[in-house]
Ligand binder design. Structure first.
Ligand SMILES: [Zn+2]
Length: 216
C-alpha cells in the first residue's frame, strides 16, 4: 500500500500538538522512525512542540520558507536514516511548494506524512499551507473542540488584542505575543462577535500590533 498525505485540521486549542506528539510516540513504540518538522514562523516553543496539556517534544527540523523538504529527507536517507513517517505541526505555515514536496515523498518514497494545522486564519481565510493541504491531501480529518457557548463545535479562530475581538491585522500574529490571544468559537458566535465589532469599530481605539507599526 502506498503511503498517504494526511491533514488533520481544526480551530485553535483542539489538541493538534498533543495529537502530533502522540502519533510520533506511537510510531516509535513500534520501532518505526519518525522525523518531526515544524515551520520556523511559529515562534511559540521554538524548536519544541508544546502541547497545552504540558507534554513537549523537540523537533528534528525547523523549516524556513526557503527549505526544501525533499532535500532534507534525501540528506537523512543518505545518512542511512530510515524514515517511516514525517510529522508536521503548525502545517498551515508551510508553503505550497513544501506541501507538494510532501505529497511527492508520500507517493515516490512511500513515507507517511501527517500534517497537523489550522484550517483558516482569524478572518476565515485559509493559510497557504492549509489551502494546499485541503486541496491535495489523501486524507482529511477534522479534530473537534467545543465553542465557549457549549452548543456547537468551534470552527473559527477569534483574535483578541488586549482581550478585545478584532477582525483586522496581519494573517500571522502568534498567540501570546504583542497582546494577541485567540479563542476558538463556532460560526454563530464568530458572526455575533463580528457584528458587535463592526458596530463599535469607530468607538474602539485599536492599538495596532507592534509588527504592523514597524512596517509603517
Ligand atoms: Zn458558539
Amino acid at each position: 500500500m502506498i503511503a498517504k498525505l494526511y491533514f488533520r485540521y481544526s480551530a485553535m486549542n483542539a489538541g493538534k500538538s498533543t495529537m502530533a506528539i502522540q502519533v510520533a510516540y506511537n510510531y516509535e513504540e513500534q520501532n518505526r522512525t519518525v522525523l518531526v518538522l515544524k515551520p520556523q514562523i511559529d515562534t511559540k516553543g521554538e524548536d519544541t512542540i508544546i502541547s497545552r496539556i504540558g507534554i513537549k517534544r523537540k523537533v528534528d527540523y525547523l523549516l524556513t520558507k526557503d527549505d526544501s523538504v525533499l532535500k532534507i529527507i534525501n540528506t537523512e536517507l543518505e545518512k542511512n536514516h530510515k524514515i517511516d513517517a514525517i510529522i508536521i505541526d503548525e502545517a498551515q505555515f508551510l508553503n505550497e511548494k513544501q506541501v507538494d514536496e510532501l505529497y511527492y515523498l508520500s507517493k515516490k518514497l512511500n513515507i507517511a506524512v501527517l500534517c497537523f494545522g489550522l484550517r483558516c486564519d482569524f478572518t476565515m481565510k485559509p493559510f497557504p499551507g492549509s489551502a494546499r493541504l485541503l486541496a491535495i491531501a489523501d486524507s482529511l480529518e477534522e479534530l473537534k473542540t467545543l465553542c465557549e457557548c457549549g452548543k456547537r463545535k468551534a470552527t473559527q479562530n477569534l483574535r483578541l488584542v488586549n482581550d478585545i475581538p478584532t477582525f483586522l491585522g496581519n494573517q500571522i500574529a502568534i498567540d501570546g505575543e504583542d497582546h494577541v490571544t485567540y479563542k476558538s468559537v463556532c460560526g454563530e458566535c464568530y458572526i455575533n462577535y463580528y457584528l458587535k465589532w463592526q458596530k463599535n469599530k469607530s468607538k474602539i481605539q485599536e492599538k495596532p500590533l507592534i509588527k504592523e507599526r514597524i512596517k509603517k
